[in-house]
Design a binder for this molecule. Sequence first.
Ligand code: TXA
Ligand code: MG
Length: 323
Amino acid sequence: MKTIQATIDRNEPNPYVMGKAARIIRAGGLVAFPTETVYGLGADALNAEAVMKIYAAKGRPSDNPLILHVSGVSQAASLVEMNDTARKLAFKFWPGPLTLVLPAKPIIPPITRGGLITAAVRMPNNTPALELIHASRTPLAAPSANISGRPSPTDAESVFHDMAGKIDMILDAGTTGIGIESTVIDVTNPFRVLLLRPGGLPREVIEDAIGMRLEAPDSDSAKRSPGTRYRHYSPSIPVMIWRKGDKFPGDETCGYMGVDEPDGLCCGGKIMFTSYEDYARGLFAGFRKFEADGFSRVIVQWPENDSGICGGLRDRIKRSASE
Ligand code: TXA
Ligand code: MG
């Protein structure tokens, strides 16, 4: 399969290109598109055969459910059973990096929700993404557009690297703004909201909005969030964590990423970030760069606190370094 690559303006995407992308979606094909977090690999969420192609292209276990990307609260309400808490959060934080898990309506094919009775919905804060959902006249099932287990793509080149020849089209609108994926919460029980995956929207911001702490899923509901079971976000070279103040474990064969300069002659390659937001934006691309440049491993700085974007950043660093 030849993968069409189309560059579009992130604020005013070419209508001809968007029309073509929407026709591919309607015909059951796969289109990678930008969101504010990472690039997604989209298919018609209500077309089981199209959704099956997503799992095949990514090499993703088919019991790991997908997020349905919607153009607004009313489209979400056609797919899942919204409750007052979910509606409040959606009105407050959409479009944005917040994914809500809720009881699924029968219209969603089981393959899209990984066979679960719940489904995940989110409205992305990105013009090309929203225009694609509109033009396709259907919600888009979209995981991150990487091969399963690899770092998520934050630019179209990374999508091309993993997906060339396997998908129909890539919409290229440059680098994504947040760089790590959305925060996923389970709102099925509005009196006990669960944080399934920290991400772009800080947990404390959500807690302020609902006046309640987000709870950790118990082992039973962890089983219901299958994404957390698999190895994730890892380049083909090992990732090691460095805490500021500790002895630096690197040498000239290593690449380093962080906000603080490590002491002395540390490494062969270095990516320094000016803030933790900047770090989150560049983490996955940094993994891919050090891998492509032939370094033996990547050393990453452990964020010193857990607030703001650091909640999600710590989670991605921990998972990419494990195993
Ligand atoms: O920012 C994002 O969320 C990106 C962009 C493309 O929107 N998408 C993304 O999708 O990260 P993916 O498939 O890589 O991660 C979806 C996560 C997985 O951990 C999955 O297990 C969880 O959401 N999930 C989806 N549906 C669920 C459900 N019904 N119950 C529990 N967890 C669910
Ligand atoms: Mg992913």
